[in-house]
Design a protein around this ligand. Structure first.
Ligand code: NIG
Ligand code: FE
Length: 389
């Protein structure tokens, strides 16, 4: 066992949610890490550190749990920057552009995709993210969905089958057959590589799935042992949130358009279903931001994630999401940081990440500033990175 002491921490954000702001910020504190096991062994008074093999002095920088990015679509090839530019001058997003990414992704080799995934993962780590969920959804054939999940599983345990992203062009006139494929042969083939199943439940998009189709996808996934996640209420009001709550999904993501009944349902389900907010999508699609402060007041569990994807938000930056959540969604910096760490861990049903606790993983992010407040205070400045020990 190799042990390392971390000292010089100006502010240690533990995300101990028994504290008033749930951040559990400590000063004059040091950590001891078992580097091989990536586990926190000791946390305590900086003046009474036990003897260890190595010592890292952060020189007065803040240390937080690494960000937990619970929603990304990193397995893709191709370029849709022109679609983004068109939106910035008024074009609306409806999911139609996904087909072009599907074509480019199918045409890419395994090694091309591996390199693209690795590049995006490195980008994330360089911005403080230590856990990444990755969805399939740009393959949309049995072989291409298996391939996407196989490649995703090489880099993260948090893999999500999103065969029900959109109905691919070749099935446009026989949607029912595609739902049968997703819930049958495709699901059976991907199960060894997937932890979760997800569906783009969005009757407002002609390409995505309605409530009934979405329920079929989620039921089939659940029956094969996958955990449930839902893309819901992104483009308009719809059944996604209610379906996610009724089926005890771990998370319903986007939640851009919420009715009072949706908020009530999420509040009642706060122990089970997290509302994952993706402010980069509102930013990149010129959509209204959901009122996250209202959700917290109602008692909803929330998380923040990037949704890093070529269509609605090609940003891998959790610090940017924190800044947007503070500026545009009404969260305090403390609430936003919690939602990006411990709140997000809950959306993956994990207790070993998203906080700094003895026995938990030593997934840490160091901020080149004295306080975590600098995350939203200095948007766009590369202050935070995952700590390599
Ligand atoms: O989470 N909403 C559906 N899927 C993605 C966008 C996919 C794309 O446009 O390529 C999302 O926003
Ligand atoms: Fe998404």
């Amino acid at each position: 066992m190799t042990t390392t002491t971390i000292t010089g921490i100006s502010e240690l954000v533990t995300c101990d949610d028994s504290t008033p702001d749930r951040l559990g910020v400590r000063t004059d504190t040091a950590l001891v890490v078992d580097v091989g096991a990536n586990t926190i062994l000791w946390l305590g008074d900086a003046d009474h550190v036990p003897a260890t093999d190595n010592r890292v002095d952060l020189g007065g920088r803040a240390l937080t749990p690494g960000f937990v990015d619970t929603h990304s679509h990193l397995v893709f090839a191709g370029d849709r920057s022109a679609e983004f530019a068109a939106r910035m001058t008024g074009a609306a997003y409806d999911g139609g552009g996904i087909a072009s990414t599907v074509a480019a992704t199918r045409a890419a080799s395994d090694d091309d995709l591996r390199a693209l995934i690795a590049g995006r993962m490195a980008e994330m780590r360089d911005q403080g993210t230590t856990t990444v969920e990755i969805k399939s959804g740009y393959g949309l054939s049995v072989d291409d969905e298996v391939r996407a999940l196989r490649l995703a599983a090489e880099v993260t345990p948090e893999t999500t089958f999103l065969g029900a992203h959109v109905v691919p062009p070749e099935y446009r006139d026989r949607r029912g057959d595609y739902v049968d494929l997703v819930t049958g042969e495709m699901l059976a083939a991907v199960t060894p590589y997937a932890r979760w199943v997800d569906v783009f439940c969005e009757p407002a998009s002609p390409y995505a799935f309605d409530g009934e189709e979405s329920r079929a996808v989620l039921e089939a996934g659940r029956d094969t042992g996958l955990g449930l996640r839902v893309h819901g209420n992104q483009l308009g009001h719809g059944p996604g949130v209610q379906l996610a709550v009724a089926m005890e999904a771990a998370s319903v993501d986007h939640c851009t358009y919420l009715s009072g009944a949706d908020v009530d349902a999420l509040a009642d389900a706060a122990d089970v279903t997290v509302a994952t907010l993706l402010p980069g999508v509102e930013f990149s699609t010129r959509s209204p931001y959901p009122d996250a402060a209202r959700l917290l007041r109602a008692g909803v569990s929330i998380a923040l994630a990037t949704d890093c994807n070529p269509g609605t938000c090609y940003s891998s930056s959790m610090p940017f999401m924190i800044a947007l959540a503070v500026r545009e969604m009404g969260l305090t910096p403390a609430e936003a940081l919690y939602a990006a760490t411990r709140g997000a861990a809950k959306a993956l049903r994990r207790t070993d990440i998203g906080r700094i606790v003895v026995g938990g993983r030593a997934d840490l992010a160091v901020i080149d500033a004295p306080s975590y407040l600098h995350l939203p205070y200095r948007p766009g400045v590369p202050l935070v990175r995952a700590l390599d020990l």
